[in-house]
Design a protein around this ligand. Structure first.
Ligand SMILES: Nc1ncnc2c1ncn2[C@@H]1O[C@H](COP(=O)(O)OP(=O)(O)OP(=O)(O)O)[C@@H](O)[C@H]1O
Ligand SMILES: *[C@@H]1O[C@H](CO)[C@@H](O)[C@H](O)[C@H]1NC(C)=O
Ligand SMILES: *[C@@H]1O[C@H](CO)[C@@H](O)[C@H](O)[C@H]1NC(C)=O
Ligand SMILES: *[C@@H]1O[C@H](CO)[C@@H](O)[C@H](O)[C@H]1NC(C)=O
Ligand SMILES: *[C@@H]1O[C@H](CO)[C@@H](O)[C@H](O)[C@H]1NC(C)=O
Ligand SMILES: *[C@@H]1O[C@H](CO)[C@@H](O)[C@H](O)[C@H]1NC(C)=O
Ligand SMILES: *[C@@H]1O[C@H](CO)[C@@H](O)[C@H](O)[C@H]1NC(C)=O
Length: 383
């Protein structure tokens, strides 16, 4: 018994000391780890703050990303496009090439990489970023969303919402795709455009002119819903462009007074809208038809040109004429509004707000069948 205790007591003490020591070591490690975690978290925070900046020089180069929900990072974009590999390029415009990029989140965006960018000038950069911020605050179903931009070294790109079906121009030029655009879809496209332009003219803090409304600048999503694109690209790049050479739109869509007055107005956008609306109805650029229309609207006598063109003869021949009442009356109403927008005297054109409101009203029943209606009759309507 005595001997047992003599061995047991020191044994337990030694064991206890060992256990305590071990515990202390483990606790210390834990603590160190915890401390380490804390440091890492703080570093991450700081890094996060750094990547969230608006305008900060990095290694002497301007680097900035201004984005919608903090989920777009420059590295993601470079990875998604394999550093702007040509195989992701979906189009080229005047100011840059457009790339399709799928971000790690699965979201697909369109990137417009600008060709020329002399960003070293801070004043220009400031006005540019203000402009982007203003445009990216526009939320309208029929205006392509601008998520933000990224400026890195000498490479500059804008991040847009991606539109699967590409431009209306390309859809209308392809017989298969044009046939897919039935009358109901076309009516919705024109209505959407009218609402978008009215919104830009009336509801923005500073009214915004598009200046270049064409079928190429209208993009379609997978459901064939239209959005106006290129809103203010010219404005973004040339903030104070009272510069005359910058004012040109696209031939065939420019209001007749613009080459003389040289100052774009809301009524110039209204004219271009009229061209686009007719183009959607006709399936091709209205060309000679609207030059006839323009000249005849200058004449005081209504029958002077004897415009005996029938509406049914100018409708897109790839679709059968609209027969159901609400669709047929919508087409007639849109044609009437489009012709009013093409009047050569700017003052006599309706405003986009008027067009947009008109389109929200219920369609009146057609007084006679669509195939008996002439262009001349539509032009004589008050709008
Ligand atoms: N957001 C987008 N989603 C899908 N495709 C797009 C998008 N933006 C542009 N594209 C495609 O890229 C092409 C070129 O577009 P971009 O806007 O750069 O040029 P543009 O409209 O022809 O000319 P500009 O820029 O001079 O008006 C378009 O025709 C369209 O097919
Ligand atoms: C990060 O930025 C926010 C404000 O933008 C600030 O309150 C916070 O202290 C910053 N965090 C660190 C770790 O700098
Ligand atoms: C544009 O014009 C405004 C005033 O009209 C001026 O404050 C601004 O600095 C100009 N921006 C550039 C880039 O010239
Ligand atoms: C027209 O569109 C269809 C379907 O999208 C496509 O398969 C076809 O190649 C296109 N035709 C032309 C000439 O581009
Ligand atoms: C836009 O402004 C007009 C008045 O100018 C107003 O009647 C209309 O409701 C506004 N629309 C939107 C979507 O805010
Ligand atoms: C207008 O633009 C042209 C060409 O881009 C340029 O040469 C000219 O100096 C500009 N004029 C003004 C007043 O900014
Ligand atoms: C207008 O849009 C067309 C088609 O997208 C483009 O080719 C042209 O360069 C644009 N013009 C201006 C002045 O932005």
């Amino acid at each position: 018994m005595q001997l047992h205790m003599k061995i047991f007591v020191p044994g337990t003490i030694i064991l206890a000391v060992f256990c305590f020591g071990y515990l202390v070591v483990i606790l210390c490690q834990r603590a160190r780890n915890c401390f380490g975690y804390l440091v890492v978290i703080l570093c991450q925070r700081a890094r996060k703050n750094q990547s969230d900046f608006r305008l900060a020089p990095k290694n002497g180069d301007l680097f900035s990303i201004w984005n919608f929900d903090g989920k777009i990072a420059y590295e993601d974009i470079i990875e998604a496009t394999e550093d702007f590999d040509i195989k992701y390029c979906i189009g080229t415009g005047t100011y840059g090439s457009v790339y399709r990029a799928q971000l790690p989140s699965g979201k697909v965006v369109a990137l417009k990489k600008l060709h020329h960018w002399e960003a070293e000038e801070p004043a220009l950069f400031k006005s540019f970023s203000n402009e982007v911020r203003m445009l990216s605050e526009i939320r309208h179903r029929n205006i392509v969303k601008l998520h933000g931009f990224c400026l890195h070294k000498r490479c500059m790109f804008l991040v847009y919402e991606y539109k699967e079906r590409g431009s209306l121009f390309s859809v209308l030029s392809n017989d298969t795709e044009a046939a897919e655009l039935d009358w109901t879809k076309r009516v919705h496209i024109i209505e959407g455009l009218a609402h978008a332009l009215s919104y830009m003219h009336q509801n923005c803090t500073i009214p915004i002119l598009h200046r270049n409304v064409t079928t190429s600048n209208i993009l379609l999503n997978s459901e064939m819903v239209a959005s106006l694109s290129d809103f203010g690209t010219a404005r973004l790049l040339f903030p104070n462009s009272s510069n005359r050479t910058m004012l040109a739109g696209t031939r065939g869509y420019i209001a007749p007074e613009l080459p003389y007055t040289m100052s774009p107005t809301k009524k110039c956008d209204v004219y271009s809208f009229g061209v686009v609306a007719l183009e959607i109805i006709m399936g091709r650029h209205p060309g000679e038809l609207f030059s006839l229309v323009a000249t005849s609207s200058l004449m005081s006598t209504k029958s002077s040109l004897g415009l005996h063109i029938m509406l049914k003869d100018v409708l897109d021949p790839r679709l059968s004429p609209p027969r159901i009442q609400p669709v047929a009356s919508s087409v007639v109403m849109l044609a009437t509004l489009a012709l009013a927008c093409l009047r050569s005297i700017p003052k006599s054109r309706p405003t986009m707000e008027h067009v947009s409101k008109e389109l929200l009203n219920r369609r009146p029943k057609l007084p006679k069948p669509l195939h008996e209606i002439s262009i001349q009759e539509l032009m004589n309507q008050e709008m």
